[in-house]
Design a protein. Sequence first.
Length: 761
Amino acid sequence: MKFTSGFWRMRDGVRALHPHSAHEVVPSARGLTVYAPTRAIENRRHSLNNPVITFTFWSPMDGVIGVRAAHHTGGAARRPAFELHCQDDAAVSVGVADDAAIMTSHDLSVRIATTGTWDLSFWSGQRRLTGSGRRSTGIVQTDAGEQFVHERLALDVGACVYGLGERSTALVKNGQSVDTWNDDGGPSSEHAYKSVPFYWTDQGYGVFVNSTDRVSFEVCSEFVSQVQFSVPGQELEYFVIAGDTPKEILRRYTALTGRPALPPAWSFGLWLSTSFVTSYDEATVTSFVSEMERRELPLSVFHFDSFWMREFHWCDFEWDHRAFPDPAGMLKRLKDRGLRVSVWINPYIAQQSALFREAQDLGYLLNRPNGDVWQWDTWQAGMGIVDFTNPAAREWFADKLRVLLSMGVDCFKTDFGERIPTDVVYHDGSDPSAMHNYYSYLYNQTVFNVLTEHHGAGEAVVFARSATAGGQRFPVHWGGDPEPTYVSMAESLRAGLSLGMSGFGFWSHDIGGFEGNPTPGLFKRWAAFGLLSSHSRLHGSISYRVPWEFGEEAADVVRHFTRLKMRLMPYLYGVAEQAHEEGLPMMRAMALEFPDDRNCRHLDNQYMLGPDLLVAPVFTDCGEVTYYVPQGEWAHLLTGRRVQGPCWVTEQHDFLSLPLLVRPGALVPLGSREDRPDYDYRDGVTLEVFTPGDVADTTVTVPSGSSARPSVFQVRRTEGRLDVRGPADRSWQVALVGPDLRRLLLAPHDGLVTIGSDWPR
């Protein structure tokens, strides 16, 4: 939201109060309170009719400093609020000198000038990160009676801003106006299903605005050298998060707001959906599964989309017995074939459903201020919305899911949760505007907790569309409803990378696009990209997404890349564990992995899959692709061919290939199975070595894929040799991969493989 008209003037009908100077500083053992009048005080008379802005500084954890700017503080606390994981023993020091008050939390300091006009700055050691000056903090009032608080933080020359949720706009947010307001507006617009009031810069810090309400960001779009953010009301709180690297910023941010749960290993396999409005019954489902088996297309999860329930009854959680007369038996038959089962749900209850009257009588639906149930006809006729602020309503909703779980359902696609009105009354008194985004958190948390309760820790997974800050705790999230075009495919990737830069570890998308029908070429290119994503699902709207619908070669492409992903599971599951433990995304924008390479700042058509694999999806039928390779000798995983970076590369790829490069010095563990994602990754694992000369002393950990202990390989360089020592009681091998010799396998002797200097090149 813009409040000014140019640099000098406010917009018509808008007035603002700004802190003039720090008049009084009150230190405490763990923070500071600063009272800043909005006009100069030259004598006692000037303390009259002089509004004061109260600033509070505190630290929720090491390297993070919170700032609260408040005008009138007598209002009731607004619910809801983000769940923050604060660190009681954060290392905080406070001091007040002649010219400044300084508070330090670990490697981050805030300095408030106590002489002269208002000046607030953040420092990492002797380096100034950002700050705000005389007119940067504002208490805004409008002629319409609206009240806002804004802050503007300075950016250095050339600084780039990232994050703010899943957004298909440019990856670098400079120049954009962004409102964190979830909306079912489609993925090819400025609207977002997942809005996150957190951004980070490549200048050593990030900013999290601690408000579940609409936060309006003007990223170099009102004042071109500043990021402005504003919230409605009388108070604004934000956290500055320091980090020497973008990864460190994300680690601290996700430590504060929550780390992603670790999805079960089976969820990383291929998901096949019935699609949305297609006609299907058990015979159709069985034919799809049988044909996948006949064609040796590895399948892990079968998903039933909306019409597993009767039309006009969504969501009553009742199978449509016209198409599925024996749902429990059908689910058992699918599970006997080794499949997991997902079903579609949402938090809306159609009026025709028997559950509507039940929920209305129990008071479990959102009401209008006059006491009527809030209803409309968009999506489902006369639908109401479950009030998840009511503990009894949450338990009621959970009970409906427990019936399905006991029947044999394994997980849920938690669709919608963005179309949440503000002219409603919540059971717990939550502010409707502040609840709009946060509704998605309560919705997905309810479902995820039921899955954890039923399956146990580590086995819960949802397929969620809506989210806000903290929603990363309940994976997986997918990108909504893209068009079947290469442009939309690129938009989807851009949005997913932006979400990963916002603290979300796991992300998926609809292979081939959701709307309409993809061409065979697009489907094949998207399948390669989709199967080198965190999670992989074949899903559409008006047509089935079984691969053979797009030709025999499409089936070959899906088979090829599904098998590749299954073999990559020892590597991918290790990356997933890192996402769970550190809050780093599996799919990483190049700027996140290579922050010192200026060529990576704007790259959004390629990504790193974990720390060691570079993926460049192909966005053309003809197979031409141009991508950037950072410093060092990289190798194509599929061919062993070398590329010396830094450079730009233009290549031609058939449908069974794409640029998939291994980072210099990396050892990539490949598994022994290509038919399923959930197996013991330690058995028969192969460590692929592409550039032994670049391999440094390191440890390679191969997870088990379960709660069992991993296998650990110690890699040491000694007098020109490379020694790889691993478990002596388990089968494994090392593969030397060169451009001319695809693979020379070396079996361990007493748990040791030695690679000499004469390895083949």
